[in-house]
Design a protein around this ligand. Structure first.
Ligand code: NI
Length: 174
């Protein structure tokens, strides 16, 4: 298994809509395994395929706090079919926006239909951190980043800083 490179803002691929997967096969499972390894070593609790440069509707999540007891959750073609009216706020970060966090308000609960690692159709009712995490990752599949929920001024400031940071990094590499 190998790790993949994580794509960061302002890479234009992050703004593209990912495509539905037609089948769950070993090739897809290999991608999911590599996404999971990439997410664990980052470290993060959620990762969408687009974040490793693949425009497919697949996400991996693991919100377990105990590092020893991993609890990976794979969602293929996830579809949020309902959202609660009540909301919750988490301070969100994103592996594609390194170093930035913001309080984001989202529906506290959501129902999600998806295909699992073995190709079976599933549906769950998510709440709390899992609900926020699923919504954040499904946003990625639609080209949406958490900074889009902030004011334009704040968003532009973050993107500008990320570009500057990238340039600085390049100077060191070169
Ligand atoms: Ni993210």
């Amino acid at each position: 298994m190998s790790k993949r490179k994580i794509v960061t803002e302002p890479d234009p691929i992050l703004r593209k809509k990912s495509q539905r997967l037609e089948k769950v096969d070993d090739e897809l499972r290999k991608l999911l395994d590599e996404m999971l390894e990439t997410m664990y070593s980052a470290p993060g609790i959620g990762l969408a395929a687009v974040q490793v440069g693949i425009l497919k509707r697949a996400i991996v999540i693991d919100i377990s706090k105990d590092k020893e007891k991993k609890n990976p959750f794979f969602l293929i073609n996830p579809e949020i079919i309902s959202k609660s009216k009540n909301t919750s706020i988490y301070e969100e970060g994103c592996l594609s926006l390194p170093g930035y966090f913001a309080e984001i308000q989202r529906p506290a609960e959501c129902s999600v239909k998806y295909i699992d690692y073995n190709g079976n159709e599933k549906e769950i009712q998510a709440k709390g951190l899992l609900s926020t995490c699923i919504q954040h990752e499904v946003d990625h599949l639609n080209g949406v980043l958490f900074i889009d929920y902030l004011s334009k001024l704040k968003r532009d400031m973050i993107v500008k800083k990320l570009i500057k940071h990238k340039k600085e990094l390049n100077k060191i590499i070169l």
